[in-house]
Design a protein around this ligand. Structure first.
Ligand SMILES: [Zn+2]
Length: 467
């Protein structure tokens, strides 16, 4: 049986400062090695100062993943040498004196299957190595410590996944959840990374590291499972090891035999005292938690009669569900949800386009109301929406500018229909014999009015005139 477990590293990108100093947590805008101080590069004599907000955000993640949160947390030093780790140890958490990491024993449901979250720990991100060319062939490796000390939450699952697809769905759910909590922006480069351990029946556990995108993770898992199965078929032993994902060649390559936990010589971080998390802090954090995606989804379906498909898409996208919340009232909610999911998400899809978009909640409400009040057809609303995103012009201005006014005036429409009936005498005879061909005439009226005619009214008038 295939068993896959995950270790997901997620940066708390919404925090102002790093985990143990006041350097910026968002290091991305800085030139290499300019967002650093004696603490984050571990100069002798520097002392860490724990970021209280990081503990709060990590605790919120733990609660959202249904974890138990301990009353006391402790930090440990994990000792190893690597050029991106200037202190030669990483400050992290370990549950050696009982459950002292930020959360444990959580669970999350993936298409009906429950995935157990073993533990969640808060730790510092190391620096970043930059290779010239590929990591395999490079002559030069550069190191940038701007990232060193960025608050990182590690989420460890049990080996509960049975296939790579489940892993991908889980990561999408997790990424939406973290974004919805307002703790992280998973779309930022390197904000969410995953390592995986993979084993098949009778084989040792192989760890795959270095995977930067969910897409690559799925590919890496497929590759690794095929490799292990092929070894097993040839009766070659699968050894316990760490393998790196080479995203240029799309294969995993042996990196080193896996260290045991005891190789890291963990010991308590003496510079940071144990932290007591009082119950009133927990209840304050719980109260401040945003509505979960699943409860939002249920509410949209129940309160506004939104289809489950639309509710799925809308609730899991924080940007657009926030916009929906600002824009809707009881009457136009369903129309706004449809406008967002069927049209808007199509042309304002990337982060950049969303940022540049000039559309406001008021635009959405006005547009939905115009559709409901028959001032504009659903058909032409797409065009209006697209123009608003670019120009920010008001809905009423665009309806007149683009000449989109809805023809729902009976007298006016009747006149147009009469003209069509005169031109289409053959089709009129057909429609009298075979009523199902009436749609041809509806189409002609639509064409004549450039899609502005009210479809129901057109059909009713046509039927009356042909009777
Ligand atoms: Zn610093």
């Amino acid at each position: 049986m295939t068993k896959i477990g995950l270790e997901i590293h997620c940066q708390l990108t919404k925090l102002e400062s790093k985990l143990f100093c006041s350097c910026k947590a968002d290091y991305r805008e800085f030139k290499p090695n300019t967002n650093i101080c004696p603490v984050c590069v571990g100069l002798p004599g520097s002392l860490p100062r724990l970021n209280k907000k990081a503990i709060e955000k990590a605790t919120v993640i733990a609660m959202a993943l249904n974890c138990k949160t301990p009353q006391k947390i402790a930090f440990f030093r994990k000792n190893y040498f690597y050029p991106d780790l200037p202190k030669n140890f990483q400050i992290t958490q370990l549950n050696i004196y009982g459950p002292t990491s930020i959360g444990q024993e959580g669970k999350i449901s993936v298409e009906g299957k429950e995935i157990q979250i073993r533990r969640i720990q808060l730790e510092e991100d190391p620096g970043r190595l930059i290779y010239e060319g590929s990591s395999e062939r490079t002559q030069i490796t550069l190191v940038d410590y701007n990232r060193a000390g960025t608050p990182l939450v590690e989420i460890v699952t049990d080996p509960d996944f049975e296939n790579p697809k489940q892993v991908r769905i889980f990561l999408n759910i997790l990424s939406d959840l973290l974004e919805n909590l307002g703790v992280s922006d998973p779309s930022l480069e390197g904000a969410m990374r995953a390592d995986a351990n993979v084993s098949i029946e009778g084989g040792a556990k192989v760890e795959i590291k270095n995977i930067n995108s969910f897409y690559d993770l799925e590919k890496a898992l497929h590759f690794e499972l095929t490799r292990q199965q092929s070894l097993a078929e040839r009766k070659i032993e699968i050894i316990q090891e760490t393998r790196h994902w080479d995203d240029k060649r799309k294969i995993t390559i042996s990196a080193r035999s896996k260290e045991e936990e005891e190789d890291y010589r963990y010991f308590l971080e003496g510079d940071i005292p144990w932290v007591v998390i009082e119950l009133d802090i927990i209840s304050r954090l719980k109260k401040g938690m945003p509505e979960s995606i699943s409860s939002k989804r249920e509410r949209y379906i129940k309160d506004f009669d939104i289809t489950s498909q639309v509710a799925d898409v809308l609730s899991s996208d924080k940007f657009y569900s926030d916009l929906f919340e600002q824009a809707h009232d009881q009457k136009n909610a369903k129309e706004i949800a449809n406008l967002i999911t069927t049209d808007l998400m199509g042309f304002a899809d990337t982060k950049e386009k969303r940022k540049e978009s000039k559309l406001t909640a008021k635009h959405l409400a006005d547009l939905a109301n115009s559709i409901i009040e028959n001032k504009i057809t659903r058909n032409s609303s797409k065009n209006v929406l697209q123009t608003i995103v670019k120009s920010g012009k008001s809905v009423s201005q665009l309806i007149s500018e683009l000449d989109l006014g809805h023809v729902s005036d009976e007298a006016e429409l009747s006149k147009i229909i009469d003209e069509v009936l005169k031109d289409e005498s053959m089709a009129v005879e057909d429609a009298k014999q075979k009523p199902e061909t009436i749609n041809y005439l509806v189409g002609k009226v639509m064409k004549k009015t450039k899609g502005k005619a009210d479809a129901t009214l057109t059909l009713n008038l046509l039927k009356k005139k042909l009777a």
